[in-house]
Unconditional design. Structure first.
Length: 626
């Protein structure tokens, strides 16, 4: 996984920050016979034998990602020393390991970064030459200042929940440097002046839109030995004509070379036409391929644009998507939005575009409640008054950036490929399919067997009033308070109320379901006239509220908090404070037009649902004492 350049440090609780090591990026594959190699597949086993021999001390089969770093006499990373390892076998070397991609038979690439680092810290056996690369969270600006005091190269900022995306340069990882350094391709050299031997300056290039383009020249940063050594290498790749499509003008005659050697340079800035100003040669980069050396100025511009909404904001940005057909870029993915003027809620004049617009505006609040949770798709391609259908299995023609996970279904005797929604792009894609409401599992990846919360679903009959549902919800609250358990309530957005209890993934579905059944029995005993535990519709009293505890089974779903509902009034499943549950409250009080203002005022009232779970055994003990 690669990092994009970024121009300044920042603070953000959703990000972690690491030292940017000035060394060779290296992967260690310790599954069978150790493999140790660079990004372009060059083996490091013999070159950095000092590190490789300590792989035998590792107890786990794993794949590690890190950086080989050489230290000078002052204890600072020095890339040029690293290149001279053959002349200095006693060089101080450390393999700084910052990620783990595979552990004991399982890929870890889809786990959030912060979980991968926890696994890495536990699995890695540190030695004198293999170290765990630690990080700090949130305080990027202070960390960056400290790196500057230590005269290090800079820092890497990584989104704490980012997955590992192989061979991609993504905005989830950012590199922030003190000095501008860049790779460039050597495309030729000029004749030397005066007493200088070898060459005068190197002609530099980079690829822009697949085309090799001149980017300046450098004649500084060399000593007598480095000029002599580099000149010998360049003489072996001399060609007759310029490798550039457009031959640049130079002050001295040029000897052209094959564009095969990559060097690192320092520079003050890049001009508008892509030329390095004041470039200084640093070193040859054997670990970089010429095709990787692309236009960085464009990347920096792109990062600035993409990271505007990465930093925490108290006000969600409302994305206007009102045109009939358009393609938008969200989270670096292109999403085609069609038929934006199609009416989804005829009685309320709410269009498909309005639905997408709503979800984008509340994305920072709803996405944490959808993250890594398989979704059952309830699709209304022609609006709420036309036929809908349910879909669990992702189709074969979904974009390749849509995340899915396979779950075995015993009832169907097959694997189902569930979509899960972790970003704005996926949210817009699902809305465009006609998904008006979002219906996630109670559990999340990587552990789908242990729910993060319990759900108590108060499902009224057509004859029950919403005031009776409120009365029942308050009774649930009373039961929970008596056993010192905190519950969180929300309107279903339809006719009922949902009460959530954080479980923290500590218990399996059967344990949670049984506990929910016990709690619902307590409520039914208090309100036998208006509630029932009878599941069967044929046997159920049609005048009573069904206390549904069976929502706590594997694969069951309910409309997420902040989810729009396919009901007249375009209502939203809205979290409430317990003191707001009063007679006269209606589910349609919260709808597509007014909930954003409330969320801004109240914040995410459901955030604790995703936090530390309750102690179920203590709660059961208190229940027995009542």
């Amino acid at each position: 996984m690669l990092a994009k350049p970024h121009d300044e440090a920042f603070d953000d609780e959703d990000w972690i920050f690491e030292i940017k090591w000035d060394g060779y990026r290296a992967v260690a594959d310790l599954r069978e016979e150790p493999l140790f190699y660079s990004r372009n597949g060059i083996s490091f086993l013999s070159k950095f034998e000092k590190v490789a021999k300590d792989f035998s001390r590792q107890k786990h089969k794993m794949i590690l990602d890190g950086e080989i770093v050489a230290y000078d006499e002052n204890g600072r990373p020095n890339f040029q020393l690293l290149q001279q390892i053959g002349d200095n076998p006693d060089l101080a070397l450390v393999y700084q390991v910052f990620d783990i991609l595979w552990l004991n038979g399982h890929s870890t690439e889809e786990l959030p970064l912060i979980q991968r680092k926890e696994l890495l810290k536990e699995a890695l056996i540190e030695t004198d030459v293999i170290k765990y690369c630690d990080h700090i969270q949130e305080k990027g600006i202070g960390f960056f200042k400290q790196m500057k005091k230590m005269k290090l190269e800079g820092m890497i900022a990584k989104k704490a929940d980012s997955e590992y995306t192989e061979n991609h340069r993504t905005s989830d990882w950012l590199k922030i440097k003190f000095t501008n350094t860049e790779e460039a391709i050597i495309c030729g050299f000029t004749e030397p002046r005066g007493s200088r031997e070898g060459f005068g300056a190197l002609i530099l290039g980079k690829y822009i839109d697949g085309k090799l383009t001149y980017s300046g020249h450098t004649g500084t940063g060399f000593n007598h030995e480095s000029i002599k050594e580099l000149h010998e290498r360049l003489k072996k790749i001399i060609v007759k004509s310029s490798p550039f499509e457009t031959k640049p003008k130079t002050n001295m005659p040029v000897t052209w070379t094959k564009p095969e050697l990559v060097c690192e340079i320092k520079y003050s800035e890049i001009t508008k036409d892509g030329i390095f100003r004041h470039p200084v040669f640093v070193a040859i980069r054997k670990d970089k391929e010429p095709k990787e050396v692309k236009n960085s100025a464009g990347e920096i511009h792109e990062v600035k644009e993409n990271t505007k909404d990465m930093k925490s904001s108290t006000t969600p940005k409302k994305t206007k998507l009102s045109e009939n057909d358009k393609e938008v870029t969200l989270n670096r993915h292109k999403v085609k939005l069609t038929n934006q003027d199609k009416v989804y809620f005829p009685q309320d004049d709410v269009t498909k575009g309005d639905v997408i617009d709503y979800y984008q505006s509340v994305a920072e609040y709803i996405l944490p409640h959808l993250k890594n949770r398989p979704l059952s798709l309830n699709r209304f391609p022609n609006g709420i008054e036309e036929q809908n259908f349910y879909q669990k299995d992702a189709s074969d023609n979904i974009p390749d950036w849509i995340k899915t996970t396979q779950v075995y279904s015993e009832s169907n005797d097959k694997y189902i490929d569930y979509i899960y929604c972790n970003d704005k792009a996926t949210l817009a894609y699902l809305n465009n399919l006609g998904c008006i409401d979002m219906n996630p599992w109670n559990s999340s990846l990587p552990d789908l067997d242990h729910p993060d919360f319990m759900v108590l679903d108060l499902d009224p009959s057509k004859k029950n009033t919403f005031d009776e549902v409120i009365e029942t919800a308050l009774q649930v609250h009373e039961v929970l308070e008596s056993i010192k358990v905190e519950g969180y309530c929300k309107t279903s957005g339809s006719t009922g109320i949902h009460i959530y209890i954080p479980m923290g993934g500590k218990y399996d579905f059967d344990q949670v379901k049984d506990f929910a059944h016990i709690l619902m029995k307590q409520v039914h005993d208090k309100l036998p006239e208006i509630t029932t535990l009878e599941r069967s519709l044929q046997k159920r009293d049609n005048n009573k509220i069904y206390l549904d505890y069976l929502q706590n089974r594997t694969g069951q779903t309910l409309a997420s908090v902040y989810s729009l509902r396919p009901k007249e009034g375009a209502s939203v499943s809205m979290p409430l404070e317990w003191n707001e549950l009063k007679k006269g409250l209606k589910p349609t009080d919260f709808n597509i037009h007014n909930v954003l203002e409330r969320i801004k005022e109240k914040g995410d009232l459901f955030k604790p649902v995703l936090g530390k779970g309750i102690d179920m055994m203590k709660a059961l003990e208190r229940l027995q004492e009542l």
